[in-house]
Ligand binder design. Structure first.
Ligand SMILES: [Zn+2]
Length: 348
């Protein structure tokens, strides 16, 4: 069915008879155009140092970030927000629209080590924002982007090289346990502090909020750059879901209807671009009580309107072992999320 829809859609596009508000996004980043031989060659160009045939290493990711920072320095700045426990830089790529009062979108990946496709997805978004800038919609060019491809470089590198299932950072906690879940270290409720006792668990939130160098560095950066920030997209795997805050309480955000409407639009656009049918869920409803999430911090403390956690592919068939041939299609899902959100943010 999905294939039929895509084929019909592509034919319609070819005939020039699609006339929805999605036209601009679709024209610039459709599966059709991203897979055209010319773009495909560009994506795999040795000069970029990128590949979509295998999962990237931390060095490959940082090399690409530095490359775009140097080559496109007129509108791209690479910030080092701080350093991880093991001394790796936490890099944030700022892509400016040139309009000083532009709205901003934050995008991140790699907060959990084992979710390898998320940094690749972040680099595809950067590729589109920077290398293919001229082909982008007015909205994509009219919004300032902050892209942090790997929030947890130590955990990602460790997972990549030694232990696939590693999720947390790599800080030594005690003689037996190592690592804090960086997506549990933001805000949480003191009455649930009993979870602190479970220091070896994958979801150990740390001794107190912002106990980790990674979250501390990002907190400082976000506080300094939150003005005009209208969207906050934090990418994970897996589950194919657009998750709406909160996770630490059952109450919904006051503007939940707005967030749900845009999330439904995102889901629709992902399928239009050949992706699977993502679900829209409320985090608390779906996952139950979960403390210290970055999305809750962005929504509740920073007050950023369109805040989502996005769980990319797949739906559980491959678990955290997403096959390499799905790296690029999954990254395109993330690009569609960013492009759809840009259309909204550009106009508010
Ligand atoms: Zn995750």
């Amino acid at each position: 069915m999905k294939l039929i829809v895509l084929v019909i859609y592509v034919l319609c596009e070819f005939e020039g008879i699609v006339s929805s508000e999605n036209d601009e996004i679709i024209n610039s980043i459709s599966s059709k155009s991203i897979y055209s031989p010319e773009i495909h060659a560009e994506l795999f160009s040795p000069s970029l140092g990128l590949t979509w045939d295998h999962y990237l290493t931390l060095d490959e990711i940082n090399n690409f970030i530095d490359h775009v920072g140097e080559k496109y320095s007129d509108f791209v700045t690479v910030h080092v927000a701080g350093y991880s426990d093991e001394g790796n830089p936490i890099k944030i790529v700022e892509v400016l629209s040139g309009n000083r009062s532009a709205n901003k979108i934050w995008i991140d990946g790699g907060i959990h080590g084992r979710e390898w496709v998320t940094p690749s997805a972040m680099l595809l978004i950067l590729f589109q924002l920077v290398v293919r800038r001229e082909s982008n919609s007015e909205a994509m060019r009219g919004v300032d982007f902050y892209v942090c491809p790997v929030i947890n470089p130590d955990g990602f590198d460790y997972s990549r090289r030694f232990s696939k299932f590693w999720r947390k950072n790599r800080r030594v906690i005690n003689n037996h346990c190592l690592g804090v879940d960086l997506n549990r270290n933001w805000i949480y409720q003191p009455e649930h502090s009993d979870v602190h006792e479970e220091k070896c668990r994958d979801i150990y939130p740390g001794p107190f909020p912002f106990s980790e160098p990674e979250t501390q560095a990002l907190k400082t950066f976000l506080e300094q750059n939150k003005n005009n920030m209208k969207a906050f997209l934090t990418f994970h795997t897996f589950g194919e879901m657009i998750m709406i805050p909160y996770g630490y309480k059952s109450a919904l955000p006051e503007d939940y209807d707005d967030l749900e409407r845009l999330a439904n639009h995102i889901v629709q656009n992902i399928t239009l671009h050949g992706g699977p049918q993502y679900k829209v869920v409320n985090t608390y409803d779906y996952s139950g009580f979960s403390v210290g999430g970055l999305d809750d911090y962005a929504k509740e403390v920073l007050g950023i309107k369109y805040t989502y956690t996005v769980e990319l592919r797949d739906n559980g068939t491959y678990y955290f072992f997403l096959p390499e041939h799905l790296i690029l299609p999954t990254s395109i899902d993330a690009l569609v999320v960013a492009a759809t959100v840009a259309e909204e943010v550009y106009r508010i």
